[in-house]
Design a protein around this ligand. Structure first.
Ligand code: PAF
Length: 286
């Protein structure tokens, strides 16, 4: 069947109800659109695991902080349809803001899902205050609307992935979260919809993010275990025009800062290249 675009919650629910009656399993790939090869890999994964793949395309206003790029975030639904369909999606759910939040003017009136403070007072959550409340709220709404058997999320947004897995466990949401590998350009740059904002010059500068992470990993592999030293190796490898927001070592199992590097250590960073905020991460020991 060719891909169906649905804008209304009731229509999506009705369509999925019929499919469920036919014993079809449902996979969900939540996105904000502007689909790239990273998203395509999530859709392909969902398609390989479920009978029906739903891709949500919704630029979620409540996960953007004041002064962030909500207004200029790329909206490319026509291209997204082509990318989603060629990756195996059956349905695009593209609701309006009003459909998802009929009373958004009264934001303080909205019931929110709020992750624990100590897990958001680090890394991206520290500078993007309230961001993960917005993410968890919209993802919970999408889970309630779609009621998927599985949902695929990328490891590029590693803190988001950790928080969503925890939320699903803590709130007993009956969905299996599938973690999918981070996808990079051949150059090593992590794929992101925000790469569209980068000039060619910025892209060259942004490559040093991956270079810094690889240098840290290599440093570890030749025997450097001290996170302070590894941090400095990372800094040395960052282009001088990169404005570093954080470079953090966290334990994969609890997402707390660690000075002891072991199998489960993730090194993650966020940085600005020009006005563009980028994130990347690497697992130190695999
Ligand atoms: O990762 C994203 O694109 C968004 O945070 C998500 C999960 C689609 C929620 O809006």
């Amino acid at each position: 069947m060719s891909i169906k675009v649905i804008n209304k919650i009731d229509e999506l629910r009705e369509t999925l109800k019929e499919l469920r009656c036919e014993s079809k399993s449902i996979g969900l790939v939540p996105t904000m659109g502007c689909l790239h090869a990273g998203h395509k890999s999530l859709i392909e994964k969902a398609h390989s695991l479920a009978d029906i793949t739903v891709v949500s395309v919704f630029v979620n206003p409540i996960q953007f902080c004041p002064g962030e790029d909500y207004d200029k975030y790329p909206r490319t639904l026509d291209d997204d349809k082509i990318a989603a369909e060629s990756s195996g999606a059956d349905i695009i759910f593209a609701p309006s803001v009003n459909e998802m939040y009929p009373n958004l003017q009264k934001f303080s009136d909205l019931t929110m899902v709020v992750p624990p403070y100590e897990l958001t007072d680090i890394m991206c959550g520290k500078s993007r205050v309230g961001h993960f409340d917005g993410v968890e709220t919209v993802v919970t709404k999408l889970f309630n609307i779609v009621q998927p058997d599985i949902a695929c999320f990328g490891m590029k947004d590693i803190q988001q992935l950790f928080l969503i897995k925890k939320m699903v466990k803590d709130l007993n949401i009956p969905v299996e979260i599938i973690s999918c590998p981070l996808v990079r350009e051949a150059s090593g740059l992590a794929l992101s919809s925000r790469n569209k904002y980068l000039s060619d010059e910025d892209k060259k500068i942004a490559l040093s993010l991956n270079k810094a992470l690889n240098a840290i990993k290599q440093g570890y592999e030749i025997g450097i275990k001290d996170t302070k030293k590894l941090f400095d190796i990372g800094l040395t490898n960052l282009n001088k025009n990169v404005e570093l927001e954080y470079l953090e070592f966290v334990n994969e199992s609890n997402f707390r800062h660690t000075d002891e590097i072991n199998k489960a250590t993730i090194c993650a960073l966020a940085a600005r290249v020009g006005n563009v905020r980028l994130i990347d991460n690497i697992v130190i020991e695999v």
